[in-house]
Design a protein around this ligand. Structure first.
Ligand code: SF4
Length: 67
């Protein structure tokens, strides 16, 4: 199951603080744009989901979507 970042919840105006806490190095960001989670690297530990202050990271299935 893939994790993704909700573009409506993420303000996209700062460096994502989740990048350094991801143990798999799965989160990347161009400038202050919407962070991207690489499904090939993510081990689904859930740290980013818990730590995002905007609660912008979610499992796609929870929104009824598939990636
Ligand atoms: S769930 Fe864990 S491994 Fe996956 S992107 Fe979030 S912090 Fe990184």
């Amino acid at each position: 199951m893939a994790l993704t970042v909700d573009a409506l919840l993420c303000p996209q105006n700062h460096r994502c603080p989740l990048i350094p806490i991801c143990p798999a190095g799965a989160i990347s960001q161009e400038g202050n744009s919407l962070p991207r989670i690489d499904p090939g690297k993510c081990i689904e530990c859930g740290k980013c989901v818990k730590r995002c202050g905007m609660q912008a990271v979610y499992k796609a299935k929870e929104h009824g979507q598939t990636l």
